[in-house]
Design a protein around this ligand. Sequence first.
Ligand SMILES: Cc1cc2nc3c(=O)[nH]c(=O)nc-3n(C[C@H](O)[C@H](O)[C@H](O)COP(=O)(O)OP(=O)(O)OC[C@H]3O[C@@H](n4cnc5c(N)ncnc54)[C@H](O)[C@@H]3O)c2cc1C
Length: 319
Amino acid sequence: MFDLIIIGGGPIGLACAIEARKKNLRYLILEKGALVNSLYHYPLYMTFFSTAERLEIGDAPFTCLAPKPGRPEAIEYYRKVTGSFKLNINLYEAVADVQPHEGGFRVTSSRAVYQAAKVIVATGFYDIPMLMDIPGEDLPQVRHYYKEPHEYAFQKVLVVGASNSSVDAALETWRKGADVTLVARGPGIGPRVKYWVKPDIENRIEEGSIKAHFNTSLTAIRPGAVDLLTPDGPLTLENDFVLALTGYRPNFEWLQQCGIALSDDGLCKPVYNPATMETNIPGLYLAGVVCGGLETHKWFIENSRIHGNLIIDHITRTP
Ligand SMILES: Cc1cc2nc3c(=O)[nH]c(=O)nc-3n(C[C@H](O)[C@H](O)[C@H](O)COP(=O)(O)OP(=O)(O)OC[C@H]3O[C@@H](n4cnc5c(N)ncnc54)[C@H](O)[C@@H]3O)c2cc1C
């Protein structure tokens, strides 16, 4: 029996736990993978767009020599924070279901059934890629996650998308000798691409080092080739690998199964009170980037680390 169960051991789940600990709540974090599992799966050489102090949680200082930390430093930081606050967390334990039960909630995980007075869902959005739904998307040369460039050296790589993940992958693989083509439905490189990276990709495209097709869709992937629909008509390119970095989405089916209502405006935004983060189900809260539904650019660590304070404040004020 817990006062609070937090589902998800990402930065925001940890931030919620620190606040719960400060208020002496009996809490438990359930995380289905490694600690900060999403960050663990980020590209090895990625750099955060946030400066270190904006990624801090629980007022624990995040020191970093460079202006912006990379993945290993962030993982190191959140691991140290978890250790120094002695956070109560079970790793590799996925939550299958959350249902109201006896005035609280019954939380069913891969290992046990728990009873908790309140539940916070901080499950993020990085587990489910946005699929293109085109023929050949399930072929082995197609990747929806990018880890590091070496395996693409001297290969013909098609990068799908023009946002941060796609641009980073295009530049990194090109710098390691890949023959890179970038394809995007929009008219150019995305406006939210990191300001110090945008000129780099635009200059590489302008000089012809990286080929780019904008206002273009990838229509099919076949062994050894890809089919595009460009403004000038269909085009087939030789291909070894497709990096389909077309974004990720929260697990909407799981949220709905737990009873959380979603907006019907096509963005599937979970319903919650922004002052308390409580969902349509009293006692069931949302925290972190899961709150944005398909608007995955709306919430980040920077602006959602406050969610834990709002929730724990509401829980401790509610009889
Ligand atoms: C490449 C990339 C770069 C980013 N850079 C920045 C940046 O510079 N600055 C910034 O502020 N934000 C950045 N973000 C956005 C955002 O901050 C991150 O997505 C961050 O990880 C969100 O934290 P979170 O705790 O809400 O979710 P997550 O970190 O995704 O944590 C959710 C956790 O829940 C777990 N989980 C999911 N389902 C279950 C379940 N059923 N049972 C148990 N556990 C479950 C997952 O394994 C995961 O560990 C970036 C995102 C990406 C993808």
